[in-house]
Ligand binder design. Structure first.
Ligand SMILES: Nc1nc2c(c(=O)[nH]1)N[C@H]1C(S)=C(S)[C@@H](COP(=O)(O)OP(=O)(O)OC[C@H]3O[C@@H](n4cnc5c(=O)[nH]c(N)nc54)[C@H](O)[C@@H]3O)O[C@H]1N2
Ligand SMILES: Nc1nc2c(c(=O)[nH]1)N[C@H]1C(S)=C(S)[C@@H](COP(=O)(O)OP(=O)(O)OC[C@H]3O[C@@H](n4cnc5c(=O)[nH]c(N)nc54)[C@H](O)[C@@H]3O)O[C@H]1N2
Ligand SMILES: [Mo]
Length: 765
């Protein structure tokens, strides 16, 4: 094995030599500007991004600070906005020139590159084409179909970009129509957080706010790729580092953003001063090894407490606020370091060192992303991180807490205002009172349940408000056939994607405005709102001329479909609400008075207004009324650890994609570029398995449930990864992930820990 250099990087595997940020990120923006040729004034639009009175970026969920930078956007936020503002248009003429079958042969990148959708379209089976239609025809047609269908056989999906106003109306529509089948992209993402954190600390969201990052001494980072997925957060990390805060990272991949960062907005750092190192310690944990890591850290902290006369644990906090420590201690006594080392792939000295830093740091924040949530025991990963934090009272005080890094820009907010399949999370009595109807009480379908319903035929109708579900879900190849058996498929979108090319018996494709565009309604231009990952709520005002005069807002589309579907109800005023979103915000406030007090009055509070968080105030809304320590039964978050020739697959995002939107083919921050059909593996593992660089292989899923799942034509790339794992890109690798293989409690698919076999292409069946 080649020796890592001083900074821990193996020189013989691809990696990025420079710091994250820096000139590279400016070049990245310039490339998208050149490719997309955005319409005039795109730069001016970017200058309004994430600022009070401006529009909120549609990329990640990182907070929008009260004192924004001159450019409060990052490489990937700029890409997302420019991607929306392209000059290219996917008009009825363009769509008339290609059958849907032909379009299916295009890649995700090529489909979206066709440009913004401009007109409402209906699928015509005879010509296998999308044909132009009117909004009236679309709404009437969809309404008629929905009235024929059993509401329980339909699913209304929402991807995490749409506003709070849209989300509230969409959820209300579903419940008035008669179901709770309201899965969200969150079901594939941080549902583990919603369920797992709620179980142990009583809230399903993080407890930190921005100022906590000014007071923390240690940040523990698990499985989140900040440099690519929430780059503006790097400014906060850099400031914390420069103040003396330590950062320890656990990630199988040495993600460049967590190694070092050069602020592209700081002229000195772009030229003379060196980049800021981010992680003090970077440990390449094995996928699924975090439970073992955290068990090791907790075990060591308990040992240190015993050695140091009980000075390490926060006994007063534990006695007053928690339950279950005895069981955890008893369990950890029975866990041996050999097992911790084996499961985590790390040495006990390394974990001892981190435990020592933890035990001597006053304020600690635990951060995590998909590396913890997308596992069969994702919930236990989170419970273990909470265990560690609780030992020293690191939840519910300034400078400390747990902080999940959420995905889509409003994904957390959509859950807040009712997009959920779980009726217990919705104040149904309030809905009953406000709108005079009996809301459905039975649990609805999650994303996984939807896929299962597609496969068994029990789902008949589907509306997708944003997103590209057919591509993002597990087992997508199996599900692709099933989409085409639907009675109704409605897609509300900005650009063409694969989910639009799987038409059912009746199919409409409805184009909507993007957030940077002006949303003109009866009462003038409208503001929409979103909640970021630190629970701050922001108004967003688009100013751009819409890409086409035929576009409607998401609010108007939801209201249009609802009106065409539901019988009149004097308390339900779709038209008035569409004319003035302030009225929708009044309804949100009436439904959730604690969180949205004076909602319309606080729309443009710099930095947003805070929704509040009980765990932050040390009020524990758990079953026991206390914060819960959890004794882990197992030491791995993998549902099926690899056996024999099997190996664990993790699926990754590149630096040039937003989920299924593929901007380009440069994964710059990992030193990779070119075609995405690759599989990363470390050089020793390659050798052991007789694989050669550039060799083309097939991956085959090793979860045996009677279904064969393979992805062929993947090229081997040696990469600095731990042993016994491989990495491939999402969504290309999604056919390998069984839909039933998900987090035990929340059903979040285990996209980061599937056992697979590697076969040379052409070999075997
Ligand atoms: N530019 C851009 N921004 C985005 C997105 C995007 O696609 N592009 N997507 C948005 C969305 S919806 C989301 S949810 C977030 C996703 O943002 P992240 O949470 O960062 O998700 P991933 O990119 O999937 O990668 C997670 C990290 O987990 C690591 N990892 C994998 N398995 C394990 C493990 O078992 N343990 C540990 N400790 N680490 C592991 C991987 O190496 C990777 O660095 O980003 C959002 N922001
Ligand atoms: N293997 C694997 N699979 C994964 C993941 C993984 O890490 N690994 N991550 C999972 C995660 S975290 C998530 S969140 C899901 C993502 O799943 P989704 O949220 O369903 O997918 P996106 O790719 O974000 O959706 C992109 C599409 O949204 C539409 N769109 C863009 N902007 C707008 C808008 O403003 N309004 C409307 N109406 N439409 C718009 C465009 O048509 C675009 O093609 O994927 C999941 N799938
Ligand atoms: Mo996500």
């Amino acid at each position: 094995m080649s020796k890592p250099d001083e900074a821990g990087q193996r020189p013989d595997t691809p990696h990025y030599e420079s710091a994250t940020g820096g000139w590279g990120s400016l070049k990245g923006v310039a490339r998208v500007l050149a490719d997309q040729r955005p319409t005039f004034g795109a730069f001016r639009t970017l200058m309004r991004q994430n600022k009070p009175g401006g529009h909120m970026c549609t990329s990640c969920a990182w907070t929008k600070p009260a004192q924004p930078h001159l450019f409060e956007f990052c490489e990937n936020g700029a890409k997302a906005t420019i991607w929306d503002l392209t000059r290219d248009r996917c008009t009825p003429d363009v769509l008339a020139a290609h059958s849907v079958t032909e379009l299916r042969s295009l890649s995700d990148h090529e489909l979206e590159e066709m440009g913004r959708l401009t007109h409402p379209m209906r699928y015509d089976a005879a010509s296998d084409r999308y044909v132009e239609t009117t909004w009236d025809e679309a709404f009437a047609g969809i309404g008629a179909k929905l009235r024929q269908l059993d509401p329980k056989s339909t699913v209304f999906y929402m991807s995490g970009k749409a506003s709070l106003e849209t989300a509230y109306l969409y959820a209300l529509f579903a419940r008035l129509y008669g179901h709770n089948n309201l899965p969200d992209s969150s079901n594939m993402c941080h549902e583990t957080t919603s369920v797992g954190l709620e179980k142990v600390i009583g809230v399903g969201v993080g407890t930190c706010i921005l100022s906590d990052f000014d007071h923390c001494d240690l940040i523990l980072f698990f499985g989140q790729n900040t440099g690519t997925n929430s780059p503006r957060f790097l400014h906060t990390l850099k400031a914390a580092k420069e103040r003396g805060c330590k950062v320890v990272t656990f990630n199988p991949i040495r993600e460049r953003g967590l190694v070092e960062f050069a602020d592209p907005q700081d002229p000195a750092q772009m030229t003379v001063t060196p980049a800021t190192p981010i992680s003090d310690i970077y440990l390449q944990v094995r996928p699924g090894g975090d439970i073992a890591v955290l068990a090791g850290l907790c075990k060591r902290v308990l040992e240190l407490d015993a050695e140091r006369g009980g000075s390490i644990l926060d006994r007063a906090f534990i006695a007053k606020h928690t339950t279950g420590l005895d069981e955890l201690e008893a369990r950890l006594r029975g866990v041996f370091w050999e097992e911790i080392e084996k499961e985590s792939g790390l040495r006990r000295e390394e974990l001892h060192e981190v435990a020592e830093i933890y035990a001597t740091s006053k304020n600690v924040i635990g951060i995590y992303g998909m590396g913890l949530t997308q596992h069969v025991r994702g919930w236990l990963n989170l419970a273990m991180l909470v265990n560690l934090l609780l030992l020293r009272g690191n939840i519910g005080r300034e400078g400390a807490g747990i902080s999940p890094v959420r995905g889509h820009s409003n994904v957390q907010g959509q859950r807040t205002v009712g997009i959920t399949e779980k009726p217990k999370n919705v104040p149904m009595d309030k809905l009953r009172e406000l709108f005079g109807f009996e809301p459905p009480q039975e649990e609805g379908r999650s994303t996984v349940d939807l896929v299962e319903g597609l496969l068994d035929g029990s789902v008949r109708g589907f509306i997708s408000l944003g997103g590209n579900l057919a591509r993002a879900i597990p087992d997508r190849v199996r599900a692709e056939r099933a989409w085409q058996g639907l009675d109704l498929n409605v897609q509300i979108a900005t650009k063409l994607n694969r989910s639009h090319l799987l038409p059912g018996r009746a199919t409409w494709l409805l184009p909507c405005l993007v957030r940077a565009e002006e949303d003109r309604q009866a009462m003038g231009p409208q503001v929409v709102t979103m909640e970021d990952m630190l629970s701050m709520i922001h108004g967003s005002l688009g100013k751009r001329e819409p890409a086409s005069p035929h576009l409607k807002s998401e609010v108007a589309i939801v209201a249009g479909i609802a009106m065409a579907t539901l019988p009149p109800n004097p308390k339900v005023k779709w038209d008035e609400w569409t004319g003035n979103y302030g009225l929708i915000r009044n309804l949100i406030e009436a439904t959730y008075p604690d969180k949205f007090r004076n909602f319309n009055g606080r729309l443009f509070t710099p930095g947003g207004f805070y929704k509040g968080n009980e765990a932050r105030n040390r009020e524990w809304k758990t079953e026991s009324g206390k914060a819960q320590f959890t004794a882990p039964e197992v030491m791995t978050s993998l549902g099926k650890p690899p056996k024999g020739e099997e190996i664990t697959l993790i699926t990754l995002r590149s630096n040039d994609q937003f989920n299924t939107t593929i901007y380009g083919f440069s994964d710059r921050l990992r030193g990779l570029s070119g075609p995405r059909d690759i599989v990363l593996i470390n050089p020793e593992e390659m050798q052991r398995r007789g694989l050669a660089e550039g060799q083309v292989v097939t991956l085959e899923c090793a979860v045996e449930d009677g279904t064969e799942r393979v992805v062929r034509g993947l090229r081997i790339v040696p990469y600095d990864l731990p042993d016994a794992c491989v990495a491939a890109y999402y969504p290309e690798a999604n056919p390998l992930i069984p839909v039933g293989y998900h987090d035990e409690l929340s059903k979040t698919p285990a996209y980061k820990g599937v056992p697979v076999r590697i076969r040379p292409d052409g070999a075997g069946a």
